[in-house]
Design a protein around this ligand. Sequence first.
Ligand SMILES: *Cc1c(COP(=O)(O)O)cnc(C)c1O
Length: 369
Amino acid sequence: MSKKQNDYSGAASVLEIHLDKVARNYLAFRKMLKNGADCAAVVKADAYGLGAPQVARAIFDQECRHFFVAHFDEAVAIRAVLPKEALIYVLNGPYGAAPKDFAENGFVPVLNSLQDLAYWTEFSATSGKRQPAILHIDTGMNRLGLSAKDAGTLNRDMLKAVDLRYVMSHLSCGDEPDHPMNAQQLAAFKSLTSALGMPVRLSFANSAGILLGDDYHFDLARPGCGLYGINPSSGVNPMEGTVTLKARIVQTRFIDISSPVGYGAAYKASAPAHCATISVGYADGYLRSLTGRGKVVINGEKCPVIGRVSMDSIIVDTTALEVQPNQGDWAEIIGAQQLVDEVAAQAGTIGYEILTSLGRRYRRHYTGG
Ligand SMILES: *Cc1c(COP(=O)(O)O)cnc(C)c1O
């Protein structure tokens, strides 16, 4: 055989996570912020699928001291890798453990309702110490946070019963700069927080909010998606891609016209075709909705997914390539030639869902850490 022998010892799929690029995206956000505004990092959902311990540590090394997660267990997962100065906030509230476990670990809950505030006030009273918290006031998203009406019932005594670190709110349409919700939420945030009648530090902007300009920055910004290379804006992406996902071609074949491909024989070749079967499937987070819509990059060219996405593999049509690939060659699923937002568009979803779906079977390599 003249064909070179395939190296079978390498991984069938590799996810490279470029920590230097995550760090650069963090620094880019910090540069965009107005003077005096601090920059947190949102590392919930295992840092959007990239690995919270590694990511949090890399961003801590850029002097980030504020980290947001969604759950108590996610706070535990990063506590071990972060020095004491790092503050960890739990967005979904004081759930998942006893209040004293929050306190002992230095985790600060975000209080999303009057009920949360009463709970934290009681804990402060019984522990003999005003316990730290962030108070979340809703300004129009109607997801989490005190309603305007509930915020109107707050008084100084209620606010002073806990150690109030920030008052925050969250934008619902920040990625659409011209959406009227942005200015409405900003105005509501200003009026609801000034009605509190005491000085408080404020936190408002997510990644997209940072791009909306200084008015949105306040004291602490909370970027997530942009750190990981997802475009927070509707224009040209100012962030760098942070992952390279490649999977091995595990078989190649040539098929005749009308040959059925994949489960359900749902695809039939309209002409004789070269095909490659690639070691990535929906169990790896290569969403089944990419059936007939996804593309992978082989030898620098995009090849379409044909047939249904299987659990462990996909089949692509490589006929258009000048040089046909060999078994054992790599296909790039996400990377410099096809950014995560592009794959998301093919799947009919957003980059957030692509990254947080990244599977556990990839061999993960962290670079630039
Ligand atoms: C997830 C989240 C963020 C980060 O949002 P991105 O759009 O990923 O930048 C900020 N604040 C809150 C309350 C969040 O839930």
